[in-house]
Design a protein around this ligand. Structure first.
Ligand SMILES: Cc1ncc(COP(=O)(O)O)c(C=O)c1O
Length: 401
């Protein structure tokens, strides 16, 4: 730990996120910006939901609060053009729990094989960890997984339980699958009989370019989709739902009931009411909100261009909350964080945490970092990235000595 910093970095990203968020310039946590929550609508939805159906305060159904399930069915129809029934939905206490619940059913046999992107969302690795899976990591490119690599894996390995994919504004890279890669992913998954777990919490947070069809819409028969309102409404609500075939949802409902009977119906009722209103808007997330994230991402790109040293690279997302930056070769981002960045009051999440494969983490991950632009004030981005550039330069000088 840097003696100039009081931030304790343990190397465990789940624990460290709150700690790293204490830096004056935090590019660490990928949280939505609280200033953009639709507070009045959340409050009125809560009141209306409870008044119209006070039974939402009573014990509820393990599958979920009926009006939220109804909203999930409508959204699948409206946004994914997929016709599903209530039997295809099970509500969950947001995405993280959804991933854990899916893993509890699909990865129940020890050393089950699961394909993940490299890098991938570290929370998913945490969610799957309890089931000790065997990871097959596929390198992620600017426009989605390396499909040749994926084909080699699905062609050579038997009994893969699922492919975990984050197709839109991926966490941690901010990259989005092209239409071609979406189609190729579906072609391979269908040919080799491997389901896709689609986790796309940022899809509605597009701030430029054209929206692309979801994996669910291209492959309804083979996709399990994890939905969450954490990014589109607020994470404190802890509401989401899984869409899957009824064979799987029945098993998920059983597991869920065993674990916590049912998820909070009063909160689900609030979200259902909110969604009834939001589904009438031209977009589920008002353009004024995504516009703010756009401005922040633009401020990031122009500050990176201005301040970063030679040899650095970064992604340029069309939505979401995060981007990925690569340091000049040979530089270790975790070392940079500990030895210089925290001392300069700037934080980010080191790349190694986003890899299932330890070797890949050391080779590819250690050079990269996730930079979130969702919570930092726009006015502070330039100064914050200036502090990061200074840290990189100091670290570089130290390495040359
Ligand atoms: C890709 C991805 N999946 C799932 C989650 C979990 O979010 P939540 O549990 O709040 O829905 C996150 C949160 O950052 C995420 O980035």
């Amino acid at each position: 730990m840097n003696i100039l910093s009081s931030i304790i970095y343990s190397g465990n990203p789940t624990k460290d996120l709150a700690e790293l968020g204490k830096a004056r310039f935090s590019f660490a946590g990928g949280f939505p910006n609280s200033a953009f929550f639709q507070l009045d609508l959340i409050v009125s939805s809560f009141e209306e939901a409870l008044r119209r159906d006070p039974s939402c305060l009573q014990y509820g159904s393990p599958r979920g609060y009926p009006k939220l399930i109804e909203a999930a069915v409508q959204l699948a129809q409206k946004q994914d053009h997929v016709k599903i029934g209530e039997e295809n939905v099970v509500t969950v206490s947001a995405g993280q729990y959804g991933l854990h619940l899916i893993a509890s059913v699909l990865l129940s046999q020890p050393r089950s094989k699961v394909i993940v992107e490299a890098p991938t969302y570290f929370g998913a690795l945490e969610a799957f960890k309890d089931y000790d899976p065997q990871y097959l990591s596929v390198p992620l490119e600017q426009d989605g997984m390396d499909m040749e690599y994926l084909e080699k894996i699905v062609n050579s390995q038997k009994n893969i339980k699922f492919i975990y994919a984050i197709p839109d504004f991926q966490n941690p890279t901010g990259t989005t699958y092209s239409l071609e890669k979406r189609k190729k992913l579906v072609e391979l998954a269908s040919k080799y009989g491997v389901p896709v777990v689609e986790d796309s919490p940022y899809k509605e947070m597009r701030f430029k370019g054209e929206s692309l069809p979801s994996i669910l819409s291209l492959f309804p028969e083979g996709t399990y989709r994890v939905n969450t309102v954490s990014k589109i409404i607020a994470p404190g609500l802890r509401v989401g739902w899984i869409i899957a075939d009824d064979g799987l949802t029945n098993k998920l409902v059983e597991k869920k009931a065993a674990m916590h009977l049912f998820s909070p119906s009063a909160t689900e009722a609030t979200v259902a009411r909110y969604l009834e209103t939001a589904m009438e808007w031209p977009r589920l997330v008002p353009i004024e909100v995504t516009e703010q994230y756009k401005l922040s991402s633009e401020a990031m790109i122009s500050s990176l261009n201005r301040s970063m040293p030679e040899g650095m690279s970064w992604t340029n997302p069309e939505g979401g909350f995060v981007m990925w930056a690569g340091l000049p070769s040979g530089m270790d981002s975790e070392e940079l964080l500990k030895s210089h960045a925290l001392g300069n009051d700037v934080s980010f999440v080191p790349g190694i945490h986003f890899f299932a494969d330890r070797e890949q983490a050391k080779e590819t991950g250690k050079n990269g970092m996730r930079l979130s632009f969702s919570s930092i004030k726009k006015e502070e981005i330039s100064q914050g990235l200036g502090a990061l550039a200074q840290s990189i330069n100091e670290f570089n000088q130290q390495l040359r000595r």
